[in-house]
Write a protein that binds this ligand. Structure first.
Ligand code: GTP
Ligand code: MG
Length: 196
């Protein structure tokens, strides 16, 4: 029930714009167009809490959503979008790295990947940053509705074993905002990180 009460809190374009470090938060990272904002909306049972778009690269700010006074979900800017100028891309990378390394109230990272294109170079970079900080990592393989059940589960296993092979401790699940698939599993992870 807490998730459905989520409200937009603030957007930050730089580290100075981050809200105070009270309580706990969980961040959603992933390639542009992977379905981060859609996943946040689905998990919060709201249609338009986070802005979604068919045009990649729309969420250029760090957007914060408050579940209550002490708990937040964070929509990080998407990466890997080819048409973004190099200077902008570098600034994003810097902002992400600083946020992930320094944000004490951050309790876990949800890495959102399109189930048809998992583990890009930038995804591995996020994995590396999370791993270095001993930040718990949970992978949502989104748009699972685009694959049949068998191939979807194969991808879940492949991603889990690729991460395991690099000594990364992560959980992996299929997810679909379109079909509302995987919502309970994702909620249990969030519950654990935010409220346990
Ligand atoms: P940026 O903000 O640009 O980084 O993208 P994002 O990761 O927030 O992606 P967003 O949630 O805006 O979704 C991108 C596109 O994918 C939209 O057209 C969504 O409708 C679509 N999409 C998101 N999740 C799903 C899903 O589970 N299934 C299907 N079929 N489409 C989805
Ligand atoms: Mg978005």
């Amino acid at each position: 029930p807490v998730y459905s009460r989520a409200e937009f809190l603030t957007s930050a374009a730089s580290l100075k714009g981050l809200p105070p470090e009270t309580g706990r938060e969980v961040a959603f990272a992933g390639r542009s167009n992977s379905g981060k904002s859609s996943a946040i909306n689905t998990l919060c049972q709201q249609r338009a809490l986070a802005r979604t778009s068919k045009t990649p690269g729309r969420t250029q700010l760090i957007n914060f959503f408050a579940l209550d006074e002490d708990h937040r979900l964070v929509d990080l800017p998407g990466y890997g979008y080819a048409k973004v100028p190099e200077a902008v891309r570098r600034r994003w990378g810097h902002l992400m790295e600083q946020y992930l390394a320094g944000r004490e109230c951050l309790r876990g990272l949800i890495l959102v990947m399109d189930i048809r294109h998992p583990l890009t170079e930038h995804d591995w970079q996020m994995v590396g940053w999370a791993h270095r900080r001993h930040l718990p990592l949970h992978v949502l393989l989104t748009k699972a509705d685009k694959l049949k059940r068998g191939p979807a589960l194969d991808t879940v296993r492949q991603v889990a074993s690729a991460l395991g092979a690099e000594d990364v401790d992560a959980t992996v699940q299929p997810f679909s905002s379109l079909k509302k698939q995987g919502v309970d599993d994702a909620h249990s992870v969030l519950d654990h990180w935010l409220f346990a």
